[in-house]
Design a protein around this ligand. Sequence first.
Ligand SMILES: *Cc1c(COP(=O)(O)O)cnc(C)c1O
Length: 349
Amino acid sequence: MLPLRKNIAEMAGYVPGFQPQEEGWIKLNTNENPFPPSPKVVEAITRELGADGDNLRKYPDAASRDARKVAAELYGFDPAWVIMANGSDELLNNLIRAFVDQGEEVGYIHPSYSYYATLAEIQGARIRTFGLTDDFRIADFPARYEGKLFFLTSPNAPLGCAFDNAYIEELAQRCAGMLVVDEAYVDFTDENAMQLVKNHRNIIVTRTFSKSYSLAGMRLGVAVAPPEVIVALDKIRDHYHLDRLALVAASAALSDQDYLQSTVTRVRATRDWFSSELRSIGYQIIPSHANYIFAAPRDRNGKRVYDGLFERKILVRYFSDPLLAHGLRISIGTREEMQATLAAMTEIG
Ligand SMILES: *Cc1c(COP(=O)(O)O)cnc(C)c1O
């Protein structure tokens, strides 16, 4: 037998959403953006390659100074409060490594992002989950929460509800440890918690370039946190965690806010249209602040609709978890893709 650590030998590992290799699918299962990234990103990457790819001989800037500066300016922080990452998954991983020892506690809402559980298992941390009330508050959150880290996914995945800043501040005050606000989808809603970092020394905000910036394939994330947290995260990460192309892509994407707004506006409009159409054929829809909706058919049998869509080469996300099996998470694609999906769902009933 391999001399593996016990928790590694026993854990199952995370299973990412299915990525079909052949053409012809309408792919609405991993919350990717249906639009390409900003043309400025493509230009920046091409430029960075240099003649014959000559720039790739050289290591990238280990401190991602340019990208941090651009992000800091955009968010209104000093660069000492900002770190870039190889996807926001890297941040979530390193936050657990920085704050949570073996046997210590990590908390999060169930349902939310199931990768937190995998990361906690790798670390040998204890997991405590909290449910949601009908009005989308955390059920039974203690007056003083003693876990080392609490992950608040806002907007929530897969439900799409969001937590307002007054509530997030209240949670931060109740947390003895750190409150990580995972804002993977925040560009698709109106409010965000970024500025709260300035006034609460235990709030960390993480974001990704995978959804709103259409850069899932580039692997880019960013966090804003008090400088002492950034110092810790800088110690833990691989020194060359971001390659040259990712670094210039990050700066270019952040610098093109007009482009971000134009694609986000289109996704939001399609989301709102699709939600109201589904409601009119009897679906129950949670009002969404993200680029997906959680939709439940009248018979509350998500698997039946998933199978019907799968047969028609439309891929959405079904969760067998008892809290989620009554519905489906459907990412918002182009208007045409959603028209085809609506037609299929109308047929399936
Ligand atoms: C997609 C997602 C992430 C991960 O983003 P990457 O930057 O692609 O690693 C993190 N949290 C939530 C809630 C997500 O949905």
